[in-house]
Design a protein around this ligand. Sequence first.
Ligand code: FES
Length: 119
Amino acid sequence: MITFILNNKEVSTALSPGTPVLDFVRYHQYLTGTKIGCREGDCGACTVLVGDLTTGELRYRSATSCLMPLGNAHGKHIVTIEGLNMAELNSVQQAMADESATQCGFCTPASWFQWPDFA
Ligand code: FES
């Protein structure tokens, strides 16, 4: 059984550990904010944050969920775009909103995760 925290809830699954995290969040958790683009790790449309407890501190890094096997999520905190739950936009998000800087539906969620506030 693979168990981890997805956004703000603990999830467990008996799916194959080789299942891409992307497929799990979209098709089993119905979190469709994580997009499918290339499925080869190139476009970033499927970016999620992966929180890992290292040396007593929770550290986050971005990951392409199309290349991340579900087994690698065990014991971690996976954050999708739906899980940001911020009270307000950060400076990059606000600038994008102010300037109507919408990228395509694939790029915008991924680029928001790239900002250091989320690292
Ligand atoms: S779908 Fe393009 S990097 Fe994952």
